[in-house]
Design a protein around this ligand. Sequence first.
Ligand code: NAP
Length: 211
Amino acid sequence: MRPRVIINAAMSVDGKIALADGHGVRISNEEDLRRVHELRAEIDAILVGIGTVLKDDPKLTVKAEYATGKNPLRVVLDSGGRTPPDAKVLDASSPTLIVTSADCDRTFKHAEVLRCGKDDVDLRALLDHLQARGIGSVLVEGGSTVIWAFLREGLADEVRVFVGSVVLGGASAPTLAGGEGAGSIDEAARLRLDRVERLGDGVLLVYTVVR
Ligand SMILES: NC(=O)c1ccc[n+]([C@@H]2O[C@H](COP(=O)([O-])OP(=O)(O)OC[C@H]3O[C@@H](n4cnc5c(N)ncnc54)[C@H](OP(=O)(O)O)[C@@H]3O)[C@@H](O)[C@H]2O)c1
């Protein structure tokens, strides 16, 4: 048994999740922010890659203006231990787990460290570890590389994408899923569309990952 993994992201109509220089931009509208924070309040852990921490410095907590509830465990995939000491995920406002590769010896004030994986973090071993400590659900909030990794390894159960009514353009802007991508259509992640919901001026798409 592994925790239930939900991928959640906001993208533009042209599939971008950030600007061409990699910096985050607000794609969600107020209705979507409320949805995301309500989801965070229900989930046991929220996970991002170090790329997202370095570009956006997210706090990854439940904002009181949108939802009430317990902050989830914050999990950062950071093989080389590059999380800056002043990153918001290290602000002690809620528990944080930094996951590095086995040979990284960095430690962090206000965060627990799990060393797991040779080069990149071993996602299966991480999910097994989370399950063993009672985490039943994980919200993967990005970025592009991490979303592709969960889909490629068949470790995601659900994908929820908010499509904001905006076109960002930029050939180098990160899209919903990056990494190396599929080598052929057989390697594509297959999804089943479960729900389409209008959220203000945008739309929420909810998919089950087909295995
Ligand atoms: N619109 C949205 O909803 C949204 C949400 C979040 C982020 N974003 C955007 O996404 C962008 C960041 O995405 P990104 O692709 O550059 O970075 P990312 O996916 O946040 O982080 C990728 C990094 O995570 C580390 N990692 C460790 N183990 C891994 C594994 N098993 N699989 C994959 N990655 C692993 C790797 O760095 P190491 O080798 O150093 O460990 C990897 O380069 C930013 O532009 C941000 O604004 C958008």
